[in-house]
Design a protein around this ligand. Structure first.
Ligand code: 5AD
Ligand code: SF4
Length: 529
């Protein structure tokens, strides 16, 4: 989600004439797009801000902005604690960033010199507590929709892969999570806009699209319901499927369900050869969506569907809205529809787990290990519970699992997952897999000088994107990285005489000859290479 936001912001700023530079040190304006989900993500940003504060002492005209969830969560408090920050812009206000930036740059120019740093008027755009009021929500949704619609799609600045947002915000209120506060209420984008965006991406050469939403499979758009109450757009509500209610009874012209949306993109934009979506919510999967996945060859057999815990009592305290039994029923149902290893289309499932949630006992934790072993995730992201101010758990549940216990559980769960990931990877040895080639491997990129991105900063002011192409065409043989349909990572070397640039953005057959936990190693095969 943040990556897509950064892309939209950079597109918007380049259209306005800002140039991008290769490193923050050369920039007149430095913007950090931030995440607040866990405390350590915020710490990283604070330490970057500390570094840049040093620089601002000698360059008072530098403009520094904090975008995203941390800006929204900390609000003006962040500026009080970190006066180096000139701009704060929440994730639901990114369309207003150009105006904020323009104001900040103008203030700086008009004040000039030393004064600029000391007296610059701070620019902020935060949704604040108004975020869940329907009228405000509708207005914000419309403005943000324009930001998505204005997406600048160039045939050269992607590696064949792109994200498309289908839903913003989240209504689930899991007790540990800041997202419903920082990103606001759930809003579903109109299906025509989504399909158009996919088509424009495909026209620009994108062949892999990942649909994004915090609870992506909760998507549901009611046509004509857009303008109802006193002319104000109403939020669209998704559906939960529990027990016997496994299909949306209102499928048809009036409603576009998640299943309909998947089918529309798959059928109307066949140039997209891989269609994925993240992140799924276990309770919201109808059989109709699973059927569309089963019957659509270009939809990947991949689900990221976090359980968070294997204990019913912990799930309840997390307000996840399902039991372990219901989660496992869903996994079995998904496998029954989609797992077809015999035709080379296994279903691979990824998950997220939190360890050390308030009140998690040894038995609760053991239940999480059992769940992980029962599901056999391809990979699972494991997080130590991090109490986040403003969430229900922070207010109501004492963070009573000692850090040493959290660390120990984290290590144990990781070890259990590693064994499973190893087995899944090793089972691929000897197989030939279709690999979507994303670019040079991390190792290869480290060996090449002059790489730009540090992952957190967005730097305004020159142009980094072209560097990749230059580096790539100069290479002789290089290690490439790519992904399978089920999102397994594959590394292979370019064959003699082949330029990496020729392979990037294509789907090519790779025979696997070695495997480690999260990575397969292989060689290109056949004439198609
Ligand atoms: N502490 C630890 N992990 C968290 N996550 C979200 N909030 C917290 C928190 N407060 C994890 C969940 C979620 C993933 C994106 O981050 O597992 O699925
Ligand atoms: Fe956070 Fe829960 Fe929403 Fe996911 S579903 S974004 S964990 S509140």
């Amino acid at each position: 989600m943040n990556e897509l936001d950064s892309e939209l912001v950079s597109g918007q700023l380049s259209a306005l004439g800002y140039r991008f530079v290769a490193s923050a040190h050369e920039a007149d304006v430095v913007l950090y797009n931030t995440c607040s989900v866990r405390e350590n993500a915020e710490q990283k940003v604070r330490s970057r801000l500390g570094e840049i504060a040093q620089r601002k002492r000698s360059e008072p005209a530098l403009v520094v902005g904090v975008l995203g969830c941390m800006a929204e969560r900390d609000g003006p408090d962040l500026i009080r604690r970190m006066p180096v920050v000139d701009i704060l812009c929440g994730p639901s206000e990114l369309d207003r960033l150009p105006a904020l930036l323009d104001n900040a740059v103008r203030t700086r120019a008009s004040l000039g010199g030393e004064d600029a740093g000391a007296r610059s008027a701070k620019q902020t755009a935060l949704q604040g507590s108004a975020s869940r009021r329907t009228a405000t929500l509708a207005a914000a949704a419309d403005r943000l929709e324009l930001l998505d619609l204005s997406r600048a799609i160039s045939p050269t600045d992607h590696n064949g892969s792109a994200y498309v947002r289908i839903t913003r915000g989240c209504n689930k209120f899991c007790t540990y999570c800041v997202v419903p506060n920082t990103r606001g209420a759930e809003v579903h984008r109109p299906p025509d806009h989504i399909v158009d965006e996919c088509r424009r991406l495909a026209d620009a050469g994108v062949i892999e699209v990942t649909l994004l939403g915090q609870t992506v499979n909760h998507y549901r758009f009611e046509h004509g319901a857009a303008v109802t109450l006193r002319g104000v757009t109403q939020p669209q509500k998704g559906r939960a499927y529990r027990g016997g209610h496994r299909r949306d009874p209102y499928r048809g012209e009036r409603v576009t369900t998640f299943a309909d949306l998947l089918k529309r993109i798959h059928d109307e934009v066949p140039a997209i050869r891989r269609l994925r979506f993240v992140t799924s919510y276990p309770r919201d999967f109808g059989d109709d969506a699973l059927e569309v996945m089963r019957d659509s060859p270009r939809i990947c057999r991949y689900l990221h569907v976090p359980a968070q815990s294997g204990s019913d009592t912990v799930l309840q305290r997390m307000n996840r809205g399902y039991s372990v039994g219901e989660y496992l029923d869903f996994i079995d149902r998904a496998r029954a529809f989609l797992d077809e290893p015999e035709i080379g289309r296994p279903l691979l499932i990824a998950g997220d787990m939190i360890v050390g949630f308030p009140g998690e006992s040894d038995e609760d934790f053991d239940a999480s290990v059992r769940l992980l072993e029962r599901v056999r995730y391809k990979n699972c992201f494991i997080f130590k519970y991090s109490p986040r101010p403003g969430t229900a758990a922070y207010t109501r549940l004492p963070d009573d699992v000692p850090d040493a216990v959290k660390r120990e559980r984290n290590t144990r769960l990781l070890a259990a997952q590693q064994t499973i990931s190893d087995e899944i990877a090793r089972a691929q040895i000897g197989n030939t897999l279709d690999v979507f080639v994303g670019g040079l491997s991390v190792r290869e990129r480290k060996q090449r000088p002059g790489r730009a991105s540090d992952g957190v900063g967005l730097t305004v002011g020159g142009r980094p994107a072209q560097d990749d192409a230059d580096q790539i065409t100069r290479a002789s043989t290089a290690q490439m990285t790519g992904r399978t349909d089920g999102d397994l990572i594959v590394l292979f070397d370019t064959p003699d005489g082949r330029e990496p640039g020729d392979l990037i953005g294509r789907i090519l057959p790779v025979q696997i000859h070695q495997a480690s936990t999260l990575t397969l190693f292989g060689a290109l095969v056949g004439d198609r290479a």
